[in-house]
Ligand binder design. Structure first.
Ligand SMILES: [Zn+2]
Ligand SMILES: [Zn+2]
Length: 106
C-alpha cells in the first residue's frame, strides 16, 4: 500500500460549514442551504451547476408555500442574485415560519 495517493480524495456530497451560523451541514445532494439559519451561498448560476464565482452569502429573504412544500428565496448579499430553493426536510421549521411571518401580509 505504498502507492496510495496523497491527494485528498473526498467525494462526500457537499458537506459544508455554514459561513453564517458556523454549523456543520451535511449535504444530501439536494440542499444547498444551511438548515439551521437557512442561509445559502452563491455558488450556482442555475441550481446545482456550481458555476458562479461570486461566492457571496445568500440570505433567505422570502418564503413561498406550494402545497406541502416550502420554497425559499435566497438573495446574494454581494451581487443581489436571487434564486428559489426547495426547502429541505431538515430545515429549521421555526425559522421558516419566523421568516414567513416577517414577510407580513405582503
Ligand atoms: Zn447556517
Ligand atoms: Zn452573488
Amino acid at each position: 500500500m505504498s502507492n496510495q495517493s496523497t491527494k485528498n480524495f473526498q467525494r462526500r456530497i457537499e458537506d459544508f460549514e455554514c459561513l453564517h451560523c458556523g454549523q456543520h451541514v451535511e449535504g444530501n445532494g439536494y440542499t444547498n442551504h444551511c438548515p439551521h439559519c437557512l442561509w445559502s451561498r452563491h455558488v450556482d448560476i442555475n441550481p446545482g451547476d456550481r458555476l458562479a464565482d461570486c461566492d457571496g452569502m445568500m440570505a433567505a429573504v422570502r418564503i413561498h408555500k406550494k402545497g406541502e412544500r416550502y420554497r425559499i428565496l435566497h438573495r446574494c448579499e454581494i451581487c443581489g442574485h436571487e434564486a428559489w430553493n426547495q426547502s429541505a426536510k431538515k430545515d429549521n421549521f421555526d425559522r421558516l415560519l419566523a421568516l414567513a411571518k416577517s414577510m407580513g401580509k405582503v
